[in-house]
Design a protein around this ligand. Structure first.
Ligand SMILES: [Zn+2]
Length: 178
């Protein structure tokens, strides 16, 4: 479930859809690359319309990452589970993979539905397991990436070392200019 949750964060980031994002989406190939990196089996055939649908799903999922408490994350997830997912079932894709849970409506559900449902499931399990928000939005003002939170201990604020370093340098410069 942790790798599914990390895949959700990676997909939300590549899809890039935020409240202020009205530009064109990423190329289907860029999204397919992320899916493959997380073990999705071929064929990974995405159309421009699939990517559009996945961007809409990413907007909804961003709300989960923006939640600052377990209560808030659970509230958002309950809303998504109530309106966008099917019933919990197990699937092995006709013996092609180990048994795993699905909450989309069918094994051959369209990519956007699969993305939203599998993401909701993984993030729900993380809230259950950790009793903390499952993820965060990068604290850098110039970055909108989301990431999966640590299971315990102090929480990191930035999506990557790159963002952390940039913000540290900027803070240092602000102090130096005093
Ligand atoms: Zn960042």
């Amino acid at each position: 479930m942790l790798s599914t949750a990390r895949r959700t964060a990676a997909l939300v980031n590549v899809l890039g859809a935020g409240p202020a994002d009205t530009g064109p989406g990423p190329a289907p190939d860029a999204v397919a690359e992320v899916l493959r990196a997380y073990g999705e089996k071929e064929p990974v055939d995405l159309t421009v319309r699939d990517v559009e649908g996945m961007r809409e799903a990413a907007v909804l999922l961003r709300e989960v990452f923006a939640a600052e408490s377990a209560d808030a994350a659970a509230h958002v997830l309950n809303r998504l589970l109530g309106t966008h997912t099917g019933r919990l079932r197990l699937s092995s894709h006709q013996g092609g993979s180990p048994w795993h849970p699905h909450i989309d409506h069918a094994d051959d559900a369209p990519w956007p539905e699969w993305f939203l449902a599998s993401s909701c499931l993984a993030l729900t399990v993380l809230v259950w397991d950790r009793q903390r928000p499952p993820g965060r939005v990068c604290a850098s003002g110039s970055c909108r990436n989301v990431f999966i939170a640590r299971g315990s201990g102090p929480e990191r604020r930035y999506c990557s070392r790159r963002c952390a370093t940039r913000e540290r340098v900027a803070a240092h410069r602000r102090r130096a200019e005093g």
